[in-house]
Ligand binder design. Structure first.
Ligand code: ZN
Length: 302
């Protein structure tokens, strides 16, 4: 039986930072976060392994039953394998077995966007009913799909929404093709647009929004150029999967949602609600903990 007081360690591995916290079920947003720590992520394999075990052991207490880890990249959630992981050198590594061996806690991995979506679905009053899709905007663009609360993996690694092609002659992408939405609407792409516009590279997206609101045409154009390919990608997702809801999260989720609100929506074929993430950047670590608690509960009831 899963006791009310049980917690899990949630780990959110980002391209630049790793966050760890104890997560309990409950609270107004479906999960509560205790003793969160965040530090720059070690990108080499040995450094990363030592770091993640140290952080899990520092965060755990007697209430901890399991570990959940969200990882950016191509993670096969069904097979629990890492196909590729962006900037972190952990491809092919059997992380769940290694963490379980070193900490004694059963461990589950998912794509980081899937972890965020689990938390977001859980946080909404109507719950994770129906088909819900999420796009995360950070250094790159990630994605995930939940069907009635259950992760949908396709053949294994579904969720590579950053590689929806939105321009036939766009920039070259890491995946080897051109014009993927990640090359035009990620945080990296926003940085390139800022440089192209001659703005200081320290300017924050929030400030560009403020300038656009104040009537600065260059700022408006920049935001539109950043968000338009993203809206095209969302419309493609809608045409393929017809979700009930599309959620926008990640470090730049708020800024992208505000930029999308400036654009005209096609009101007939593609009229699905697009909502900002409720949990902001904490969604990944909360979802990782909730996933671990669910997996633990499933093994207890077998
Ligand atoms: Zn691509």
């Amino acid at each position: 039986m899963l006791r009310v007081a049980d917690t899990a360690i949630g780990v959110d591995v980002g391209g630049t930072r790793i966050r760890v916290a104890r997560i309990a079920r409950g609270g107004s947003l479906g999960g509560t976060l205790q003793d969160r720590v965040s530090e720059p992520v070690q990108q080499d394999r040995d450094g990363f392994s030592a770091q993640i075990i140290r952080l899990i052991n520092a965060a755990r207490n007697d209430s901890c039953r399991a570990v959940g880890i969200g990882i950016p990249g191509r993670i096969d959630g069904a097979a629990q394998t890492i196909e590729s992981a962006g900037y972190i050198d952990v491809a092919g590594m059997d992380l769940p077995t290694m963490i379980a061996r070193e900490t004694g806690l059963p461990t589950r991995i998912e794509n980081d966007a899937m972890m965020a979506l689990v938390a977001e679905g859980n946080a909404r009053p109507e719950g994770a009913t129906g088909l819900i899709m999420m796009l995360t905007v950070g250094t790159g663009i990630g994605g995930a799909t939940l069907e009635n609360g259950t992760p949908w993996y396709g053949g294994g690694i579904s969720g590579q929404f950053g590689h929806i092609v939105v321009s036939a002659d766009g920039p070259l992408c890491n995946c080897g093709r051109v014009g993927c939405v990640e090359t035009l609407s990620s945080g990296t792409a926003l940085g390139q647009l800022i440089t192209k516009a001659g703005l200081p590279d320290t300017i924050r997206a929030e400030e560009i929004h403020a300038r656009a609101l104040a009537g600065d045409d260059a700022a408006s154009d920049l935001l539109n150029e950043w968000a338009r390919p993203f809206l095209r990608a969302i419309e493609t997702l809608i045409s393929v999967a017809d979700p009930r809801l599309v959620i926008i999260g990640g470090g730049l989720g708020v800024d992208m949602t505000r930029a999308l609100e400036r654009l005209p929506r096609q009101d007939k074929w593609f009229n699905v609600p697009i909502e900002m993430a409720l949990l902001g950047d904490d969604a990944g670590v909360i979802g990782a903990g909730l996933c671990a608690l669910s997996a633990h509960a499933a093994t207890q009831s077998e």
